[in-house]
Design a protein around this ligand. Sequence first.
Ligand SMILES: [Fe+2]
Length: 251
Amino acid sequence: MERKASEMGMNRTGLMVHPVKSKETIEGAEKYGPDIPGDASLIAKERQDVSREVGGLGTVPPPNLKGMAKAAMDLLKGGRATVFVDKLGQRLGFERAGTRLYECALSKLDVFGTWAGGPSREQLEKIRLDELSHMALVKRTLEKLGADPTALTPAAELQANMSEGVPKMLADPHINLLQSLEGLLTAELVDNASWELLIELARDLGHHELAEDFQRALDVEQEHLALVRAWIAAGTRLEARVGEEAAGAPA
Ligand SMILES: [Fe+2]
C-alpha cells in the first residue's frame, strides 16, 4: 500500500500561503496585545503554588515479609530497597508496553510492507519477544524481593503518563511503518538508559547476580536501538531520493 511519510500537498497551516492576511495578522497582534493583564510569571507562580500544596504520585507498597525466604531478606538489605522496587515497577510496565508497541509495528508492516534496509517480520517478532522476556525478568526479580509485581509504583505511573503518546501514535491508522518507528526509537532510548540505571542500582545494593541479568537485558536493548536507528535511516534516505520509489522506498 502506497503511503509516504512526507508527501507534498495542500497544507494550509503556514502563514506564508497568504502574505497579505499574514501581514495583517502580525500587525493586529502587535497593535492589540493580550487582553488579560500580567505575563507568564503568573502561570509560573500558580505552578509553584499547586506543587507545594498537593502530594506525590502515590507510594511503593511494603514488601510481603510473611513467609519471605532468607534470600529475599538479604536482597532487601540496604536503605534503598524501596527505590529499587519503584524503578523495577517502572521497568516492568514499560517493557510490557514495549511488547504492545511491536505488535502495532507488525500491523503496520502487514499493511504497508517494508523497504530495503527496513525491518523484517522476523526481526520485529524477535524484539517483541525480547521485551516480553524482559518483563518476565523484572517480574521474577520483584517476586524474589517479596514485592508485588502487579502494583503500579510511582515511577511506573510517571513513565506511563509521560510516554502515553507513543502507543497512541503507533495505533493511529494515519501512521505508516516508517513513521511508527519513531515511537520505537523513543522506547528503545528509554529502555537503554533505564537498564543502565538498574544495573548501577543493583550493584550499589550488592545484588551482583541481578546486575548480570540486567546487563544481558541491556546487551539486547542495545541491539534493538541500533536496528531501529538503521531502519529509520534507510527508510528516510530512500524517501528523500527522487525517482527511486519503485526501488524499495517505504510505502
Ligand atoms: Fe527494546
